[in-house]
Design a protein around this ligand. Structure first.
Ligand code: COA
Length: 166
């Protein structure tokens, strides 16, 4: 594969909410590729906690300082989003061996559906390997401190959301 083919990549996810672990991967990828399209999946099936529009807005705000990142929402198949963006390289993070099985399944299925699509994996930096969006939601909902795991913009939204519920 030549560098030319690697100019633009898609980093898809639900980002419910975006965490420092996701940002670490995006920052590292931003040094390797010309452009990162961060695809915020509507993923209605997953029963998102933050509304789709808010996840897109928050992801945009948090990543605004990285100049070669563009944030876009998508509610169709990843392969169709890739076709719309004319970008057939996807990056995903691997936090632990437990992620591997699911990620391989996703990558292989996407490849079957769209043979031009390839997935590149980034291993998570050890400091972030234990973070997941659902743990962040749970800790925040029970009044715990999530400030080491998410950017301040996300913490503000979570604080407000749970304060209102209390
Ligand atoms: N740091 C911290 N957390 C990370 C992480 C990292 N580097 N990488 C993944 N995670 C966590 C997320 O926080 C999330 O945690 P949660 O499950 O506790 O909420 C979990 O890992 C996985 O989330 P995410 O990376 O957002 O992926 P996903 O599995 O929710 O969604 C899509 C992946 C959007 C790519 C997939 O659902 C998709 O392609 N949807 C479109 C529809 C489609 O094409 N379907 C057919 C696929 S073959």
């Amino acid at each position: 594969m030549t560098t030319k083919n690697l100019k633009k990549v898609i980093y898809p996810g639900t980002f419910d909410p975006i965490t420092n672990g996701h940002i670490d991967i995006i920052e590292r990828a931003s040094h390797l590729f010309d452009k990162i399209i961060v695809g915020v999946g509507a993923n209605e099936k997953k029963g998102a906690f933050l509304p789709y529009d808010m996840r897109i807005e928050l992801t945009k705000r948090v990543l605004a300082k990285i100049s070669n990142v563009e944030v876009r929402g998508f509610s169709n198949l990843l392969i169709d989003f890739a076709r719309e963006q004319n970008t057939f390289t996807v990056i995903r993070g691997l936090r632990a061996i437990s992620d591997f099985e699911y990620e391989i399944q996703l990558a292989e299925m996407n490849k079957k559906l769209e043979p031009r699509l390839d997935t590149i994996f980034f291993t998570s930096y050890e400091h972030y390997a234990f973070i997941s969006s659902s743990l962040i939601r749970e800790i925040a909902s029970l009044g715990g401190d999530v400030s080491s795991f998410v950017p301040s913009e996300v913490r503000f939204i979570l604080d407000n959301k749970f304060k209102k519920k209390a």
